[in-house]
Design a protein around this ligand. Structure first.
Ligand code: NAD
Length: 410
């Protein structure tokens, strides 16, 4: 299913329950602006190649647009529009003063040399610089974008506009104005959601088996923090497949093996499985932490986990959601489960604005307070409205955004 249609359907469901009119719902679902750019990049062989990129600015009622940039070969305008919309609702659930935005470039960054990647990053920022700004639109990293790419974006923005780029981008290296704790923020936040949902469902960590799809930034840190809490991580994967050991995996060893060999194939003491197999393993908790639309009407009925924690954005389609409800599977929605990343991005932006420098302990402590509040508010909404967890989060977020739009006369 088209990711943007997914996002519209999710908003429609909650906005209907809240009693909004169809025009009001249209206002909430449509992005305010979508910029599409085509820009030249000098390649190592001396030739110039033209790349396509997007920046979608969904809603800025609560504050400047905020959202990552994705470098990925299958980026589409629809995907970027959906991701920007999810950012609006995520920031509202997390209760941070940002709106929703998202960017993307159609590229496989693994096929570029370091110089080509830098040229591409600079080309993209030059092309969209006029829609960005510390109080306008604040990009961060997403799939395929590292902190050194964010440093280049900030540098290019400073060159093009003459303004301080450090205040406009988050996810930078600590040396270039990034925040302590940002690298682990999304995974750490997700592990707090895990702790909270496990306690609501009376799951004892040492008896709880977890399978995680994706061992990138989010999946790796989620796995580390979950293991620290005593949960058993039995499966992990990357784009080529995963490893499974029902007795539990040594996360450090899996990460080290992957970084040495570039793949998980051949990892000892575990069987190699496909990503489809990983999703349907006999586990208690399933954590999609890679890409959207991985759980659909085709595989949802085969899922054995009783809880799904959506660390990726949009991993569950609306059809799969219905199957989950009929099977009694509780899904902690992406806009709640992975809001730790944008919360610490807000902390980074705040520190840059106020020339402050917080320690990692302080960052993670503040994040914990925000996560607990977001989780409990959403859980209470679910019980008071008698709706599923996702719809409850949307109800919370839509009311907050719409109230602010009314107050500002938007
Ligand atoms: P990443 O690039 O660091 O890692 C992505 C992981 O997914 C890698 O392990 C990759 O091998 C794997 N992958 C790619 N294609 C796959 C496929 N077809 N099947 C299975 N695995 C595949 O990205 P990330 O930052 O960890 O982001 C992962 C997800 O979390 C994305 O949906 C992203 O939007 C979301 N997210 C990220 C953050 C953040 O702070 N990084 C915050 C919120 C949400």
């Amino acid at each position: 299913m088209d990711p943007f249609e997914n996002s519209v359907e999710q908003i429609n469901k909650a906005a209907d329950i809240l009693g909004y009119t169809s025009e009001e719902i249209r206002r909430l679902t449509s992005p305010k602006r979508v910029v599409s750019v085509h820009f030249p990049v000098r390649m190592d062989d001396g030739l110039v190649k033209v790349f396509t990129g997007f920046r979608s600015q969904h809603n800025d009622a609560l504050g400047p647009y905020k959202g990552g940039v994705r470098f990925f070969k299958e980026v589409t305008e629809s995907e970027v529009k959906a991701l920007a919309s999810w950012m609006t609702w995520k920031c509202a659930v997390a209760d941070i003063p940002f709106g929703g935005g998202k960017g993307g470039v159609i590229v496989d960054p693994k096929l570029l040399s370091a110089t080509e990647l830098e040229n591409l990053t600079r080309g993209y920022i030059k092309a969209i610089a006029d829609v960005l700004g510390a109080n306008k639109d604040v990009p961060g990293p997403d799939v395929g974008v590292t902190e050194s790419v964010m440093d280049i974006m900030a540098d290019e923005y400073s060159k093009v506009t003459g303004e301080n780029g450090q205040q406009v981008f988050t996810g930078k290296s600590v040396a270039k104005g990034g925040s302590e704790g940002r690298v682990e923020a999304t995974g750490f936040g997700g592990s707090l959601a895990l702790k909270l949902v496990a306690s609501k469902k009376n799951l004892i960590p040492s008896n709880t088996k977890i399978a995680i799809q994706g061992i990138g930034n989010v999946g790796e840190y989620f796995a580390r923090f979950a293991k620290e809490q005593g949960f058993q991580i039995v499966a992990l994967s990357d784009s080529k497949g995963g490893v499974y050991n029902p007795e539990g995996l040594d996360i450090e060893a899996v990460v080290a093996y992957k970084s040495k060999n570039g793949s998980l194939a051949g990892f000892e003491n575990a069987s190699f499985i496909s990503n489809d197999e990983l999703l349907t393993l006999p586990v208690d908790i399933l954590v999609p932490a890679a890409l959207e639309n991985v759980i659909t009407d085709l595989n949802a009925s085969k899922i054995q986990a009783e809880v799904v924690i959506e660390m990726a954005n949009g991993p569950v389609t609306p059809e799969a959601d219905e199957i989950f409800q009929s099977k009694g599977i509780l899904s902690v929605p992406d806009i709640l489960a992975n809001c730790g990343g944008v919360t610490v991005s807000y902390f980074e932006w705040y520190q840059n604005q106020h020339q402050e420098k917080w320690s990692k302990e302080e960052v993670l402590k503040r994040l914990e307070e925000k996560m607990i509040k977001a989780f409990e508010d959403s859980w209470n909404m679910m019980q008071s409205k008698r709706v599923d967890f996702r719809t409850a989060c949307y109800c919370l977020a839509i009311d907050k955004v719409f109230l602010e739009m009314r107050r500002k006369g938007i």
